[in-house]
Write a protein that binds this ligand. Structure first.
Ligand code: AMP
Length: 342
């Protein structure tokens, strides 16, 4: 692609507003692939958008027409959670011609639970125990169902008989589920940016997710919970800022560095730009990582004006969206765009 007059493009969802704002702050023109039914919403932010590409569904981003339009604009597409969720990854890997910011081949590693576990182990992260059989369950576990979006349909149980009963009712077989030790503690999600240009790993922010109804259940007295037996869900409705106790930061960076190295080895060229480590601290303060995301996460939306962590490095507001645009700008000035796109 040509490094002059790059357009920063993304799908209208997830962290799009922050990405567009960051691109504008760094002087780029922008394009938004927008669902027709969401035009009303994004029109409210029209000063952030130079080109609007209307579609009926996000899957259309891989259609010849939309690809042609993005290519003619000289666009770099910034991937986020909605691309991973709504667009077939194989198509992205093999037939998508528009340059994608980051390593598109690593998106598969966040979507596939076995690959994800492999990368986390290689990184030396402490992960919750995974049970290969229901009979092995000897403590509280979280049962993750196939394709459960936003954790809807996950359940927590502590006895094998209970898990079998629930799976039978749901008509889901044992080999379809992922049974993981439940980490009793508090969740924390670290947003990282790895710069292939500088070789440095930056902590851009931290959040915890505000999940319904898991975060609401604690308001019910135990007696009411026992009586009403509400179904649990982990649907994310927003994000809450977290600033970590400073002595815990070292461990978070150790896991971040480990993931960067593991990704270079297992999915070259490894992480490029944003990724997120998702885990929980147990009662002893041990950090267990149960997920990672290989692209920008929506928790970064809290910090459109920068976070306490970016303020330590930058003397200006720096969001993840802006950090991405800054990296593209630098690469384009230095003729090193190839290091950032796949
Ligand atoms: P996930 O789809 O794996 O991101 O999980 C959705 C939510 O379930 C997380 O944001 C956590 O609140 C919770 N969760 C997932 N795995 C665990 C675990 N092993 N221990 C405790 N909570 C978990």
């Amino acid at each position: 692609m040509s490094s002059s007059k790059i357009v920063i493009a993304t799908l209208g969802s997830h962290s799009a507003l922050q990405i567009l704002k960051g691109a504008k702050d760094e002087g780029f023109r922008t394009a938004l692939v927008c669902l027709k039914r969401r035009l009303g919403l994004y029109s409210r932010f029209k000063k952030l958008i130079d080109e609007m590409i209307l579609v009926d569904s996000f899957a259309e981003v891989v259609s010849p027409e939309v690809q042609e339009r993005l290519l003619s604009l000289n666009a770099v597409l910034i991937p986020h959670g909605s691309l991973v969720e709504y667009v077939d990854l194989e198509t992205i890997e093999k037939r998508f011609k528009v340059p994608i910011f980051g390593n598109k081949y690593i998106l598969r590693w966040e979507a596939d639970r076995a690959l994800k576990e492999r990368l986390l182990r290689e990184a030396g992260a402490r992960t919750p125990r995974v049970y290969s059989s229901i009979d092995e369950v000897d403590k509280t576990v979280i049962v993750k169902l196939p394709g459960a979006k936003g954790g809807r349909g996950y359940f927590i149980a502590s006895r094998s008989s209970e898990i079998r009963r629930r799976l039978e009712a749901l008509k889901v077989s044992e080999d379809q589920v992922f049974i993981q030790e439940y980490v009793l503690g508090v969740t924390a999600y670290a947003h990282f940016f790895y710069s292939p240009l500088s070789g440095e790993l930056e902590l851009i922010g931290m959040d915890r997710r505000y999940e319904t109804n898991a975060d609401g259940l604690g308001r019910l007295p135990a007696s009411v919970q026992l009586e009403a037996r509400p179904e649990l869900s982990f649907l994310v409705v927003g994000n809450i800022p977290v600033v970590l106790r400073e002595s815990l930061l070292e461990e978070v960076f150790r896991v971040g560095d480990g993931l960067v190295e593991a990704s270079k080895k297992l999915v070259p060229p490894g992480f490029i730009g944003p990724f997120c480590i998702e885990g929980a601290y147990d009662g002893e303060g041990n950090f267990y990582v149960f997920e990672f995301s290989a692209r920008i996460v929506a928790g970064t939306n809290i910090y459109v004006y920068g976070s306490p962590y970016t303020w330590l490095i930058y003397d200006e507001p720096m969001s993840m969206g802006r950090r991405i645009a800054r990296e593209i700008k630098r690469a384009s000035e230095e003729g090193r765009l190839e290091a950032l796109i796949t």
